[in-house]
Design a protein around this ligand. Structure first.
Ligand code: BGC
Length: 344
């Protein structure tokens, strides 16, 4: 990693920095201590020409004003909590209702909108920490979170998430990078496969209705590689809820395993996703409406990028039947996701 350069200043006088990781295969990732954000990833295409594969802003100002969560770490709880309320160890907690009557992505000032401390930096990685205080956005307990990014010569960008708490709380951390392997246009022609036999159907507010349903026979089935746009126009009720995909997949298997592959047939770039997490939210940028202006002054439009958010299921604190997101004193939160960039 390079020594980091000043990137932009906040109204309180604090500087945000930008750091660069690169490998001999021509992959370059840029990170910031603001939101522990992936600000850019450039990878070579089939002809060896490097190009941007994520959505994002060129300046810090773009990130400050955006609600799109480009590239950042989302927390303390990524995704939705119904009515901004949950009961843990017989205590009911209210968290910020920043999404209608629900809680989304950690609240008004989630982990994406705070500064992280650069803890360690080496030629191939960087580690950021953030202390989320007891009561922040309504969450109980002081949570010490740490996110470590490394890039290796196999072009694997590894993200390790760690946390500990001094009081029982809930934690669900993810990274919210929007990928567009062609570097522009929409992602409807990208080819996706997901190792998931089932998903959690959502209600009109995109919260799980509480059942786990098979993907078989629905447009949500990505068990075989399929164009992202293929099922988009389907009359299936789940496709009308979100104007595209905004669904949590129940990933097959457990432990660290490959769960997804995204490929763009024209430029030849592809991305494999490995994770320890039980779920993955496929979000196809349905709410991008041109109000976020990208790096080259190009407005980001609907389906201009897609997120593969490895995480626990939405609203888990209210679903005891889902894998638990509770973290208690003395326990260690530890999750890992790898984005591996290849060409074919
Ligand atoms: C959610 C979307 C939300 C988006 C915000 C995604 O993770 O699933 O519903 O609109 O984040 O950019």
């Amino acid at each position: 990693m390079d020594a980091g350069s000043r990137w932009g200043i906040l109204s309180n006088g604090e500087w945000a920095h930008r750091y660069r990781l690169s490998n001999d295969a021509g992959v370059e990732a840029q990170l910031s201590d603001y939101g522990a954000t992936i600000v850019s990833i450039a990878t070579p295409d089939r002809d060896g020409t490097p190009g941007e594969v994520t959505l994002g802003h060129s300046s810090l100002g773009g990130y400050l004003g955006s609600r799109a969560y480009f590239g950042c770490v989302v927390g303390r709880y990524a995704n939705r909590i119904r009515d901004g309320m949950f009961t843990l160890d017989e205590v009911t907690h209210m968290v910020t209702r920043n999404h209608g009557r629900h809680h989304l992505h950690g609240g008004l000032r989630g982990f994406d909108k705070v500064f992280w401390n650069l803890e360690e930096a080496s030629s191939s990685g960087a580690s950021f920490s953030y202390l989320s205080r007891d009561g922040e956005e309504g969450y109980p307990g002081n949570l010490e979170a740490r996110v470590t990014y490394t890039l290796n010569e196999r072009s694997e960008l590894r993200i390790v998430y760690e946390a500990k708490t001094d009081e029982a709380t809930v934690v669900n951390l993810t990274n919210h990078t929007y990928f567009n392997l062609a570097g522009g246009g929409d992602v409807l022609g990208h080819v996706l496969s997901l190792d998931a036999d089932s998903y959690t159907p959502a209600d009109a507010d995109l919260l799980p209705i509480g059942v786990v349903a098979p993907v078989e026979g629905t447009p949500l089935d990505f068990r075989e590689p399929k164009r992202v746009g293929r099922g988009m126009g389907s009359a299936h009720p789940q496709m009308r809820v979100a104007g595209g995909y905004d669904h949590n997949y129940v990933l097959n298997g457990s432990g660290f395993r490959r769960v997804a592959k995204l490929a763009e047939p024209v430029c030849g770039r592809s991305l494999e996703v490995y994770t320890t997490q039980p779920g993955l939210q496929l979000y196809t940028g349905n709410f991008l409406d041109g109000s976020d202006i990208g790096r080259d002054g190009v407005p980001y439009l609907k389906h201009g990028g897609l997120c593969l958010e490895t995480q626990h299921y939405p609203d888990s604190p209210n679903h005891p039947e889902y894998p638990s997101t509770a973290l208690r004193p003395g326990e260690a939160y530890n999750q890992e996701t790898v984005f591996r960039f290849t060409v074919e």
